[in-house]
Design a protein around this ligand. Structure first.
Ligand code: ADP
Length: 564
């Protein structure tokens, strides 16, 4: 254009988000390029000049005599030439410019010419040529701006997507920040970023997480300013830009802004974008993105994106907090559980020895020949009570043993078929006393699992003795054993009292005894099934119940079959 239209200098500027025209390209003169490229002039300033211009189609011409007095100081480059002594001579302060508008009539940029080679203001022919260049320049600028804008939106959208994606993948705040850091820095073309979270009680200031995992040394005063600003910004859904020479937004007072600027000067940051983080009505912190001197201005598209990301991050923080709270709760519960187990183990242990002594003495007294009838019946009652206490203490000791993670199963092959035979043998006396038919349906050969023989014996014994205990006279109890693939299925079925659906929910809890009065009338500790469950679980198996009140129950135990 400089060559064909005969001008010494041509410059293209675009309108930036902050309402300034930025010189993007300068052709023709190196001196002009050095001086002009990147300079910014308020659009309003240009508009005031254009009001006084002659309209030459798309072009506007303001002869120097109409320009503001001060135009020369602020208007960038003034060529060092002496005007010709001619009535249409070009003056160094003459302004020839084509404002470039988009389809919606918004000013998007300008094309400016200076220094005609013939030293004259352009004549009609030259103006027509310039008009065509202006049209082309307009299209080019708008296309370039749109492409730039689009690329930017894509980057921001990617950053936002990254935040949302990591919201579900990561549960700790520092981990999340590490994951989204690159996306945010690239998306926002930022030099640095940090996040401040507010304390859960909404008082004081929470942690400051730097993008590189390092510390951000914000002074106490600054964190307080940031916290207060974040709350105001979240309420108003504002994003703030802090930069020298730019008015502070509604969330930041002038005094606060000055302190922030002083801090930024100290760490070599030119500007920052400040977005509140929150969820619902609650402000949870803030996100700060920084830029250095010479970086582009923060745009309104970026502000909007930062606000969106602030909302996404707010939800992420809320999730992270819930996770941390739950984590803490689980730890506390685990500690409590360990304490409980230790207490039970200690108390049972301490009770065992005196109880054994009492039992021994009761037996001795029982054998004594000179006892009266009342003493004898008192002794019998004491013995019954003590027997019951011994059973509870033994069950408690076993429960704490099989529930102790520091006491793992020492694995050895165990033949379940043999265990069933022995248990049925032992229980048959009690069964026949009630006229109960006790059947076994199992293969002749061994059916082996891997585990602790004594513990597995206890599983079978508890299930079979329960079945006999909770089945009325003349009922039936069947124990079945079968191998299904790599599992062994042990079933104990009875046609006894059955268990209500509500009771089934609590069956395996310690000390649970049925709400059914008929079942409750039987002696028991409520620990048998709790022990069974723990043993089955620590052998890598599971247990299921199927029962109907008044019809009977089936307990099914699945255990891994021994390999080979
Ligand atoms: P206990 O038998 O010492 O009460 P358990 O833990 O073995 O304790 O059983 C818990 C409760 O489950 C029993 O009180 C009983 O009500 C019910 N229950 C267990 N097995 C059966 C069964 N085969 N039929 C009916 N109820 C049963």
């Amino acid at each position: 254009m400089t060559q064909l239209a005969g001008f010494g200098v041509a410059a293209i500027s675009v309108v930036r988000d902050d309402g300034k025209l930025e010189v993007m390209a300068v052709a023709g003169s190196d001196e002009a390029r050095t001086q002009l490229a990147g300079t910014r002039t308020p659009v309003a300033r240009l508009e005031r000049e254009i009001e006084k211009a002659d309209e030459w189609g798309l072009l506007r011409f303001v002869p120097h005599e109409r320009l503001d007095e001060s135009a020369g100081d602020t208007w960038g480059w003034v060529p060092d030439i002496t005007p010709l002594a001619h009535e249409d001579a070009w003056h160094p302060l003459d302004l020839l410019i084509a404002p470039l508008y988009d389809e919606r009539g918004r000013l998007r940029g300008t094309l400016a010419m200076d220094l005609p080679e013939d030293g004259r203001r352009p004549g009609l022919g030259q103006r027509q040529l310039l008009q065509r260049y202006a049209e082309q320049a307009g299209r080019a600028v708008i296309t370039a701006l749109e492409r730039e804008d689009l690329a930017h939106r894509v980057r921001l959208a990617e950053a936002a997507r990254e935040v949302v994606r990591h919201a579900s993948a990561q549960l700790r705040i520092d981990g999340i920040l590490g994951d989204i850091r690159d996306a945010l820095m690239a998306g926002f073309q930022a030099r640095g970023l940090w996040i401040q979270t507010l304390d859960e009680d909404g008082q004081g200031t929470g942690a400051v997480y730097a993008a590189d995992g390092g510390e951000v040394a914000l002074t106490g005063e600054l964190t307080r300013i940031a916290e207060a600003a974040a709350r105001r910004a979240w309420d108003g859904q504002w994003v703030e830009i802090v930069q020298r020479g730019r008015p502070f937004g509604p969330s930041i007072s002038t005094e606060e802004g000055e302190r922030i600027l002083a801090f930024l000067d100290g760490i070599g940051v030119d500007s920052l974008l400040f977005a509140p983080l929150g969820a619902g009505p609650e402000c949870l912190g803030n996100l700060v993105l920084t830029r250095a001197h010479g970086d582009p201005e923060w745009s309104s598209v970026e502000s909007d994106a930062a606000l969106d990301i602030g909302r996404d991050l707010g939800r992420v923080i809320l999730n992270a907090r819930t996770f941390e709270r739950e984590h803490q709760l689980v730890e506390e519960l685990q500690a409590l559980d360990t304490y409980k187990s230790q207490l039970i183990a200690t108390v049972s242990h301490e009770l065992k020895n005196p109880l054994t002594a009492i039992m021994g003495h009761l037996e001795m007294l029982d054998a004594s020949p000179d006892l009266t009838g009342t003493t004898r019946s008192s002794l019998a009652a004491m013995e019954r009570g003590t027997t019951r206490m011994v059973r509870v203490v033994e069950d408690l000791l076993l429960l704490s043993k099989v529930g102790d993670p520091n006491n793992p199963v020492i694995p050895a092959p165990v033949d379940l078929r043999r265990i069933i035979d022995e248990v049925v043998d032992l229980t048959s006396v009690a069964a026949s006393r009630k006229g109960i038919t006790l059947l076994v349906d199992a293969p002749r050969e061994q059916v082996c699992t891997v585990g602790d023989r004594e513990e597995l014996d206890r599983v079978v014994a508890n299930l079979v003795s329960n079945a006999v205990k909770y089945t009325p006279d003349h009922g039936h109890v069947t124990v079945r054993l079968a191998t299904c693939g790599d599992e062994i299925l042990l079933t104990c079925t009875d046609d006894g009292l059955g268990i209500s659906a509500e009771d089934q929910d609590h069956l395996f809890a310690e000390f649970f005894r049925s709400t059914n009065p008929e079942a409750h009338a039987q002696p028991g500790t409520g620990l048998g099934l709790a022990i069974v469950l723990r043993i089955v679980q620590r052998h890598g198996g599971r247990i299921e119940v199927e029962s109907e009140l008044g019809r009977g129950s089936t307990f099914r135990v699945l255990l891994p079959a021994a390999p080979g």
